[in-house]
Design a protein around this ligand. Structure first.
Ligand code: SF4
Length: 277
């Protein structure tokens, strides 16, 4: 079976991941549905379960654009990686899980926008089209264990470290191994050389234009996650989302939402204050 030594400089992109067995056929991608200063322990456990059970790389994916671009760079730099185990719960703000699945299923259009993704900016501007094509050919299957947004049950497959470990182990078996509807086994390295591509130089260039209003909308969606979401209108806005958007623009302040003063929302208020620093 073909296996290759990854080149010097692998993995080319830094991120919230751990490097494991370079010859493993699988990487584990845990969706991060909160901010990176408040990573829930259960998501860290999933990533560690992936690495402990033999993944090549195992870590967190937060965004539908830069996060996926970094993943593409790191995967194509190691031809041994042929599977991705996708787990955690979807982030309703960025929709990175849906975007990754659609990237594999439908690819990108001529603007490198992932076809049919409902994320705000699912455009992979910082990686060449050849890398995107190579990623889609090299990865044969994304094992989809992703839970719906807000799922808290750690017995759900996508939040269960034992299930993640089983998925990883199935990927490196020598013979086809059934796992939750998939037939998984180590098919060997992709039969073309590794591609080392770093985004650093591209990231230092001016950002490509974003549709007007989308950045502010994105900030508003982030802030909205931590508001009470009762849409009570005590702040004078028609709902919490409208409040969140004005909060992001600096037109309103946390004190303008009286519900945030309640003890139940003390932690949310702290997070919001940090985000607004
Ligand atoms: S007062 Fe607070 S909880 Fe009520 S709608 Fe406004 S932001 Fe939402």
């Amino acid at each position: 079976m073909l296996k290759v030594k990854p080149p010097d400089g692998y993995p080319p992109e830094q991120g919230r991941y751990v490097r494991g067995n370079d010859y493993s056929p699988v990487a584990v991608c845990v969706i991060l549905d909160t901010f990176d200063f408040a990573i829930p322990s259960e998501l860290n456990e999933l990533a560690m379960s992936g690495i402990d059970s033999g993944a090549a790389l195992s870590g967190l994916l937060q965004t539908e654009n830069i996060g996926i671009e970094k993943m593409i760079c790191n995967v194509v730099a190691n031809p041994n990686v042929r599977y991705i185990v996708l787990c955690g719960r979807e982030s309703s703000g960025h929709m990175p899980g849906e975007t990754l699945l659609l990237l594999k299923q439908k690819g990108v259009d001529k603007y490198k926008r992932v076809i049919d993704s409902t994320a705000l900016t699912p455009t992979l501007s910082n990686v060449p089209m050849e890398l995107i094509d190579r990623f889609n050919k090299q990865i044969v299957t994304i094992v989809n264990l992703l839970c719906k947004p807000g799922e808290r049950d750690t017995k759900a497959p996508g939040l269960n470290p034992t299930v993640i470990a089983e998925a990883v182990k199935a990927c490196y078996q020598e013979e086809a191994t059934p796992f939750m509807g998939y037939q998984l086994y180590d098919i060997g390295a992709y039969p073309e050389p590794a591609i080392l591509h770093q985004m650093v130089a591209v990231l230092q260039q001016p950002k490509q234009s974003v549709e007007p209003g989308k950045d502010k909308m994105s900030t508003g969606l982030m802030l909205h996650k931590f508001l009470p979401q009762s849409d009570c209108q005590k702040c004078g806005k028609r709902n919490c989302l409208a409040f969140a958007i004005d909060l992001g623009k600096g037109k309103l302040h946390l004190e303008d939402c009286p519900v945030l003063d309640q003890p139940d929302f003390a932690e949310n208020r702290k997070v919001l204050a940090k985000l607004l620093e």
